[in-house]
Design a protein around this ligand. Structure first.
Ligand SMILES: Cc1cc2nc3c(=O)[nH]c(=O)nc-3n(C[C@H](O)[C@H](O)[C@H](O)COP(=O)(O)OP(=O)(O)OC[C@H]3O[C@@H](n4cnc5c(N)ncnc54)[C@H](O)[C@@H]3O)c2cc1C
Length: 432
C-alpha cells in the first residue's frame, strides 16, 4: 500500500492511491512516475505542490529563458497529470448559459473580462503547442450549445436578443442553435510534454512523483528573519521561501482556511469507443457540443468531445445523482465510479456503444471563480485552484500569472492584465 493510501485514511483531502483509469492515461509519458533525484532536496527556491495543468503551467512559466532560473521542486502525490487534468472531458469553452447566468446577477464587467480570458487561453494554447512542438492531438473546433427543450431555447433566444451588441457576443452566433470557438486537446499529452520542455530548459526543475505532501508549516520568522514554509512529505521535509499550492480540489487538505471555499466534488466522464470489428455506430462528429436537455426546469447538461480515434468522450449526467450528496460532494475519492446511477443507466445507453468510465475530482467555489495569487496573510505562499469544472480555460494563463508573481515578487494587480482581477484570492472571498 503506498503512502498516499495510508495517509488518505487519516487525511480525507489527500489524493487516493487507487483512482479509476481514465481514457487519457492509457499511453503514459516517460515522466509519468519520474523522480529527478533519488532523495528530496532539503530546500528549493520554489516548491510547487501538484503536477496538473496548473502546477505544470507555473513550472513552465518559471522556467522561461533568462538568467538565474530558480531551483524548483515539483511535488506530486500520484503521477504527473493524474488529477482532474488527466481525467476530464478535454473540452475548453464557456457555455453561453454560464455567461447569461453571470449577466442575470448583474456581473457585466466580469463577463467581458472572463470571455476575453478564455479567448486568450485558446490563443495561448495554440501558440505554445506550435512553439514547443507539442504532439498532443491539439484541435481547434467550433463548438455547439444545443438546447433540446423548447422552453430553454425560447429563453435563450430572448436573452440573446437582449444582449445584442455586447462585445462577448461577437464570436458567437445563434443558428437556432449556438456555437463558439473552442480548443479541444488531449490534456495529458499536453501537460506531460510541456513539463518535459520546462525540464529541458531548467535543469534545476526537480520532479518528484508519488510524494504526497502531508502538511505544511508556515514560519513567519525563520532564522534569517524572513518567512518560510516547511513542507512535510512521505519522503522527508523540505524548506522553501516560496510555495505554490496547485492542488485544486485538494487545497483544503494543506490550507484549512480554504474549507468551504474550494470544495472537492466528483464528476464522471466516459469514452465511447468504436468497436474494433464494426467501427463506430454513432455518427462522426466534427464539432464539440454541450447538450442542454432542460428536464423539468433542472440544469441538465452533458458534453461531447469527439476524438481522432473515432470515439467520443462524453460527460455529465449529474442530475441523475446530485440529490445524493454523499456520492459526489466534499469528497476526493476517485477510486469508485458513480456506477448504478450515472454509468450503467446513462452512458451505457447513450449511443449504444461500449465505453470506459472514470471519475474525477474538481474544486467548486461559492462565487464560481478560481482563486489565484498570494494566500491571504501569508508571505511566500501562492494558491491556484477552484476551477469549478472548467479549468482548461483558466488554469494555463492563471499559472503564467502566478509564475510572474512568484518570480518577480509582484502583487496580483501588476501581472498580465488579461487575468481577471476578481480571481485574486482575498480575505473577503475566504469569508464567503
Ligand atoms: C468529469 C470531469 C470532466 C471535466 N471536463 C472538463 C472539460 O471538459 N473542460 C474543462 O475545462 N474542465 C473540465 N474539468 C475540470 C478540469 O479538469 C480541472 O479544472 C483542471 O484539470 C484543474 O487542473 P489543476 O491542475 O488545477 O488540478 P489537478 O489536475 O487536479 O491537479 C492537482 C494535482 O495536485 C496533486 N495533489 C493534491 N494534493 C496533493 C498533496 N497533498 N501532495 C501532493 N500532490 C497533491 C493531485 O494529485 C493532482 O495531480 C472536468 C472535470 C471533471 C470532474
Amino acid at each position: 500500500m503506498s503512502p498516499a493510501t495510508n495517509q488518505a485514511a487519516k487525511n480525507s483531502y489527500l489524493p487516493v492511491a487507487n483512482p479509476t483509469t481514465p481514457y487519457w492515461r492509457t499511453d503514459l509519458h516517460p515522466l509519468d512516475s519520474h523522480r529527478s533525484t533519488e532523495d528530496l532536496p532539503s530546500q528549493a527556491d520554489v516548491v510547487i505542490i501538484g503536477a496538473g495543468i496548473s502546477g505544470v503551467s507555473v513550472a513552465y512559466h518559471l522556467s522561461q529563458a533568462g538568467d538565474n532560473l530558480p531551483s524548483i521542486l515539483l511535488l506530486e502525490a500520484r503521477q504527473v497529470c493524474s488529477g482532474a487534468t488527466g481525467r476530464n472531458g478535454g473540452h475548453a469553452k464557456v457555455k453561453t448559459t454560464s455567461i447569461l447566468k453571470l449577466l442575470e446577477k448583474g456581473q457585466t464587467e466580469e463577463v467581458e473580462a472572463f470571455v476575453a480570458f478564455v479567448g486568450a487561453h485558446i490563443d495561448a494554447y495554440k501558440d505554445v503547442v506550435e512553439r514547443e512542438g507539442l504532439d498532443c492531438e491539439f484541435e481547434v473546433h467550433r463548438s455547439y450549445d444545443v438546447y433540446a427543450n423548447e422552453k430553454d431555447a425560447a429563453a435563450l433566444r430572448k436573452a440573446w436578443a437582449e444582449c445584442a451588441g455586447q462585445p462577448w457576443t461577437r464570436s458567437r452566433q445563434l443558428i437556432d442553435a449556438d456555437f463558439a470557438e473552442n480548443v479541444s486537446s488531449w490534456p495529458y499529452k499536453f501537460v506531460t510534454q510541456l513539463l518535459a520542455r520546462a525540464m529541458e530548459r531548467n535543469p534545476a526543475l526537480n520532479l518528484q512523483t508519488e510524494t504526497p505532501v502531508f502538511d505544511v508549516e508556515y514560519v513567519e520568522k525563520s532564522e534569517d528573519g524572513q518567512p518560510e514554509t516547511i513542507i512535510r512529505t512521505s519522503r522527508g521535509s523540505v524548506r522553501a521561501k516560496k510555495v505554490v499550492f496547485a492542488t485544486n480540489a485538494y487545497t483544503v487538505g494543506l490550507l484549512p482556511q480554504y474549507k468551504n471555499v474550494i470544495t472537492p466534488y466528483k464528476g464522471t466522464a466516459s469514452h465511447l469507443a468504436p468497436s474494433p470489428d464494426k467501427g463506430p455506430v454513432f455518427p462522426h462528429l466534427s464539432h464539440t457540443y454541450n447538450l442542454e436537455f432542460g428536464l423539468n426546469d433542472r440544469e441538465t447538461v452533458d458534453y461531447l468531445n469527439p476524438r481522432p480515434d473515432g470515439g467520443i468522450v462524453v460527460g455529465g449526467g449529474k442530475w441523475l445523482y446530485e440529490k445524493d450528496h454523499d456520492l459526489w460532494h466534499d469528497t476526493v475519492d476517485d477510486s469508485t465510479t458513480i456506477d448504478a446511477i450515472a454509468r450503467e443507466k446513462y452512458f451505457e445507453g447513450y449511443m449504444q456503444r461500449n465505453f470506459r468510465g472514470w471519475e474525477d475530482i474538481m474544486g467548486s467555489t461559492p462565487d464560481g471563480f478560481p482563486h489565484g495569487g498570494e494566500v491571504p496573510g501569508r508571505k511566500g505562499q501562492w494558491v491556484i485552484g477552484g476551477f469549478n469544472g472548467g479549468g482548461m480555460t483558466m488554469s494555463f494563463l492563471l499559472g503564467k500569472g502566478v509564475a510572474q508573481m512568484v518570480r518577480h515578487d509582484l502583487p496580483f494587480e501588476e501581472i498580465d492584465p488579461v487575468i481577471p482581477r476578481f480571481f485574486k484570492s482575498t480575505n473577503v472571498r475566504l469569508a464567503m
